[in-house]
Design a protein around this ligand. Structure first.
Ligand code: HDE
Length: 733
């Protein structure tokens, strides 16, 4: 008897039979769900379980005759295929996800009764989906865009979704403007261009008319929107939420996810090239890291503000265009997130996962942030149309680890088979016993915030400060980060075809930083920025807040991370005649430090080293260009260096890596590949991240020299990119 693809047991009974360890229970549940769809026997069947005798030929009238309508096997197969696609998410369509767990450092019971935050060491299974916002599901990973960072905690008290971004503020203050923002950002409706890019007329037209977008624009034009890896970006809850403890005491809370590996970015030119060379760059990186056991980790931290201190900071906590600098309210570590398992099936999990900021658990509550309030309606509504009905919570990836009991019934794709004749509450007929929910001490209780106000459409005057935090952000960046922001504004506004829009935008920027605005304007063929013109425009509201800080170093990216080079990608360039003896000790040292070395050559297979040994090649220059790596190592060997120098791809590789500010290390004659780069002559001050190593030190395996060189390399690589490197615009790569 073939096993039915769907378990005959009602899902509700499956749901109650959970292990006491929620991590194991979730794993078992998902494994069970995926097993249910596996055919245990080596035969094919229809969806009704009828065995298929021929999966190559449709039923036809004669070998060369017409296909018959009667062919129910063909019809079922083609029809199912025709309905394989579901609508992609309107925003955040391009996503990559992973399973993992969240582990508490120390109890948060003082602040929240949330079940999953009570005991040190407590683990809760999670599913995390990262995404870009603007692009379609098939768009490239490395476009300049905000990234979604959505975490589903399968807690024993119900599912909790923390649906955030990698930037701590948002463009708009009120949900009313979200459809306008998204319409302006998405491809222009008449010709459907550009894909996955904000660099076009409608986006800048809209944001230049909405000064409240300015703070987020500064973040969006910074390197934050070009993450090197999903494993190397922060996450934020963005809105202020509320934590409530068992005594009913409330705190405002802001969430921060901080990656162990630091916050790192790609160079803009690099990001654009990767979008063509490997559009799945981030997805692949996440998948490979987890598959190789390099599980990415983030620390969850919270800023807690007592309820009665709401107005003490001079920052309106309900305004999602504002953050609270860590310099004003420190971040308390709560626990760690570890992603340790790739999804089994992209569609069933990454696509069908349904997040919702309204999925909260007892101990966590909302605030009156008007953007958050608007989101609370939107997400269920979206899932109903995207996933085809109201029972999307029954999909394996969306099911909790705790039992679900209610009298919601029926609906499209209903998976459960409820028993009995009672589907209402209160009742006395179910099992002959009364079943009441009133006063369940573990039930969700909304924090009893006092609200009595006239109904009106009005924005609080405390939301009118649009520039002081944008200014703080810009002032807090390092010099190179500021340069990148200028360049990004120039690029994006350079794509805007209407001069008046470019002008309006730089006039707004003059309220952030006069020099920034001037430098952006210089490249755009418009008038110098005019802050007064901006202030005179309809819709311009601004009331300067008095921030007690001129700079907030916590808002910088440079210098973050634990200093390790784990999972960093190093290309070793080879051709016939390279010196493999001098290569080995360096390669071993770098691998021992956690970096991953790939031997890149002109062809797959092997090259012959100077000593006629076979040196395996992992990838070609064509398939793995420099943008796939974080650093380059060029081995010694006269003949090898000459062979590489004669290859345009190899020379380009080195020059491009230099231009993208990566660590470049040349051993002995390998330095010939550095020819043409704007480097000082030997002996002069070295260029950051360019190491020229004498051969003998390495080839003799000098026990002191080799570790010292490896250490130098590791140190340079751990700095990620050497953004301050001079003469970059002279490099033709
Ligand atoms: Fe979302 N958002 N959003 N959003 N959002 C969606 O839900 C929406 C907002 C965020 O990986 C949609 O299932 C409204 C802020 C993430 O599946 C949709 C408003 C933040 C994801 C939706 C916002 C987010 C979404 C599209 C303004 C950062 C991807 C498909 C009121 C805190 C989740 C879907 C995933 C997805 C609506 C604003 C984060 C349409 C109406 C602010 C990470 O329901």
């Amino acid at each position: 008897m073939p096993r039915s693809p769907v378990s005959s047991r009602p899902p509700s009974s499956r749901r109650t039979a959970v292990s006491s360890d929620p991590s194991q229970a979730k794993q078992a549940q998902l494994a069970q769900a995926s097993q249910g769809n596996e055919l245990p026997l080596p035969h094919l069947s229809t969806n009704q379980g009828v065995r298929i005798a021929d999966n190559h030929n449709s039923l036809r009238a004669g070998a060369r005759g017409p296909t018959l309508l009667e062919d129910f096997i063909l019809r079922e197969k083609i029809s199912h295929f025709g309905h394989e696609r579901i609508p992609e998410r309107a925003v955040y369509a391009r996503g990559s996800a992973a399973h993992g767990h969240f582990q508490v450092y120390k109890s948060m019971s003082q602040f929240t009764s949330a079940d999953f935050l009570q005991e040190p060491g407590q683990r809760t299974p999670v599913f995390v989906r990262f995404s870009t916002v603007a692009g379609g599901a098939g768009s490239a990973d490395t476009v300049r865009d905000v990234r979604g960072f959505a975490v589903k905690f399968y807690t024993r008290a119900g599912n909790y979704d923390l649906v955030g971004n990698n930037i701590p503020v948002f463009f708009i203050q009120d949900a009313m403007k979200f459809p306008d923002l998204v319409h302006a950002l998405k491809p222009e409706p008449h010709h459907g261009m550009p894909q996955a890019a904000s660099a076009h007329d409608t986006f800048w037209d809209f944001v230049s008319l909405m000064p409240e977008t300015t703070h987020m624009l500064l973040w969006a034009m910074s390197d934050r929107t070009l993450p090197r890896s999903l494993r190397m970006m922060q996450g934020f809850g963005v809105h202020t939420f509320r934590w409530v403890n068992a005594h009913g005491d409330a705190h405002f809370v802001k969430y921060h996810w901080t990656p162990k590996l630091g916050i790192h970015a790609l160079a803009w030119d690099e990001a654009q090239k990767i979008a063509g060379k490997d559009p799945d760059f981030h997805r692949r990186d996440l998948w490979n890291a987890i598959a190789a056991g390099h599980f990415p980790e983030w620390e969850l931290g919270v800023q807690l503000i007592p309820q009665d201190k709401e107005h003490s900071l001079g920052i309106d906590l309900l305004d999602p265009t504002k953050l609270v600098p860590a310099e004003l309210v420190p971040i308390t570590p709560v626990g760690k997130l570890v992603l340790d398992r790739n999804p089994d099936n992209f569609f069933a999990e990454t696509e069908q996962v349904a997040f919702h900021p309204g999925h909260v658990v007892p101990g966590i509550d909302f605030t009156n942030d008007p953007l958050l309030q608007g989101r609370l309606f939107s997400y269920t509504d979206t899932q109903v149309s995207r996933l085809g009905g109201p029972n999307f919570h029954q999909l394996p990836i969306n099911r909790g680890v705790c039992p679900v009991h209610n009298f919601q019934r029926d609906g499209l794709h209903q998976q459960s088979v409820p028993q009995g004749h009672v589907a209402y509450e209160p009742n006395t007929l179910a099992n002959g016993s009364e079943f009441r929910v009133d006063g369940d001490s573990e039930g969700f209780v909304t924090w009893p915030e006092a609200v009595e106000s006239p109904k009106l459409r009005e924005r609080s005057a405390s939301f009118d400060d649009h520039f002081s935090q944008a200014r703080l952000f810009f002032a807090s960046q390092s010099a190179v980060e500021r340069e990148h922001i200028v360049a990004a504004f120039r690029f994006e506004l350079g794509k805007v075809t209407v001069p008046a829009v470019r002008q309006r935008m730089v006039d707004n920027l003059a309220h952030v930083d006069e020099k920034l605005a001037r430098r952006v304007a210089e490249a755009l063929g418009i008038h110098p920025p005019d802050a007064r013109a901006a202030a005179g425009r309809a819709g311009f509201r601004h009331a300067e807040a008095n921030l007690p800080l001129e700079e907030a170093p916590s808002l910088r990216m440079v210098g973050t991370g634990d200093g390790s080079v784990r999972t960093r990608q190093i290309a070793i360039l080879v051709a016939d005649g390279v010196d493999s003896a001098s290569l080995k000790p360096l390669r071993d040292g770098l691998t021992a430090a956690g970096a991953q070395c790939t031997v890149v050559g002109p062809w797959l297979g092997a090259v012959r080293s100077a000593s006629q040994r076979k040196l395996e090649v992992d990838a070609t220059f064509a398939a793995m260009p420099s943008v796939m790596f974080d650093a380059v190592l060029i081995p010694a060997g006269e003949q090898g260096a000459q062979a590489l120098s004669a290859l345009g791809d190899a020379v380009h590789f080195v020059h491009e890596a230099y231009r993208h500010c990566k660590t470049v290390c040349a051993v002995g004659e390998g330095a010939q590949l550095l020819k043409g780069l704007p480097l000082p002559s030997e002996g002069a001050a070295e260029v950051p991240g360019v190491l020229r190593v004498p051969t003998p030190a390495v080839s003799t395996g000098d026990t002191e020299a080799v570790p010292a060189i490896v250490q130098q390399f590791v140190q340079a690589l751990s700095r990620h990119r050497h953004w301050e490197r001079p003469g970059l615009d002279q490099v033709a790569a």
